[in-house]
Ligand binder design. Structure first.
Ligand code: UDP
Ligand code: MN
Length: 305
């Protein structure tokens, strides 16, 4: 079932990062594909509402407001659009995620503006308590199934799970955990599926904000000392923001994550096949079963069905 905001149990919340879109034709095209496919396949009950949240700057918000009515023209469901100012969210986020940024950001310094890449990590602390569940989605997606079915996955979370997320489909974390894997040759860290732990991809995430708020363990893992200790243990140094954090704590505490099937985030990027990992690439890239959402990550074109 849906979610509760302002006492309405039939609201389904989805959030997308939507910054600098006004100056990128490529992001505008991705936005069109994502929203048109969401509208085309989306089915909801009569009393239900899809609430679309966009984290934007002023220019992107203006563009979004202009484009959305046309992109959602075919939608048979009710929807509402909410824009969140990226600067206002960054201000709330920065003090919570500042300490972890150095482990999971590109470059050497801790940049204030990079804090927004960790929004999902601390969303439960900065969104109103009435908001109990939210799905965070990339813009470079194409839906082939009803987005309402994605929300149904919340109902399969085991008791301790706080986030639903699909595995990463390239050997990027085999690379990141190289030193740890050398020191621990029997470990599954960075190994391919089905038995290994390939890490996570953040293109499609189910955030059970209520569970995140109530999980003592999850909130302990946000503490700077805990993050530093784990980063040291795993020799972890990344640059992919939230997905690095979730991947690292997932190696230690698998129970916090409900594994979404690969079809809900069928990543298409093949960069690592050509960069030293061709021999093992297919073990990671392989995905059986129906594709519900294509993810054209690293600017990979998405097939026309
Ligand atoms: N994004 C954005 N503005 C930007 C770049 C990225 O709003 O200038 C958002 C957008 O929602 C995008 C997400 O950040 O889908 C993650 O970036 P991207 O999908 O390009 O990363 P990839 O999946 O290729 O790693
Ligand atoms: Mn993406």
């Amino acid at each position: 079932t849906g979610d509760d905001l302002d006492g309405k149990p039939s609201h389904f919340h989805a959030l997308m990062m939507f910054t600098k879109v006004y100056k990128s034709l490529s992001l505008q095209q991705k936005f069109q594909v994502a929203m048109r496919s969401m509208a085309k396949h989306g089915r909801f009950l009569e009393d239900e509402m899809l609430v679309l949240h966009y984290v934007s700057d002023a220019g992107s918000q203006e563009l979004g407001e202009k484009m959305l009515p046309e992109l959602l023209l075919d939608a048979t469901f009710r929807y509402e659009v909410v824009f969140h100012n990226v600067d206002a969210l960054t201000e709330k986020l920065f003090p919570i995620v500042e300490a972890m940024q150095k482990h999971f950001s590109a470059g050497s310094g801790t940049y204030y503006s990079d804090a927004i890449f960790f929004l999902s990590v601390a969303m439960h602390r900065i969104m109103p308590a009435e908001l109990k569940r939210i799905v965070q989605l990339d813009l470079d997606l194409k839906f082939r199934s009803n987005i309402r079915d994605l929300f149904q996955e919340f109902n399969h979370f085991p008791a301790e799970a706080v986030i639903g997320i699909a595995r990463e489909m390239q050997p990027v974390y085999r690379h990141t955990f190289w030193q740890y894997r050398k020191e621990n040759p029997k470990s599954y860290v960075g190994d391919p599926p089905p038995d290994g732990l390939p890490g996570f991809n953040s293109g499609v995430m189910l955030l059970n904000l209520d569970a995140m708020r109530h999980s003592t363990l999850y909130n302990q893992l946000l503490e700077p000392e805990r993050v530093a200790r784990l980063a040291e243990k795993y020799h972890f140094r990344g640059h992919l923001g939230d997905q690095d954090f979730f991947t690292m704590i997932g190696m230690e505490h698998r129970e916090l994550f409900y594994p979404l099937s690969c079809g809900w985030n069928r990543q298409l990027c093949t960069w690592w096949r050509e960069h030293g990992y061709g021999d093992v690439f297919q073990l990671y890239y392989h995905c059986d079963g129906p594709v519900h959402i294509y993810h054209g990550n690293c600017n990979t074109p998405i097939p026309d069905d």
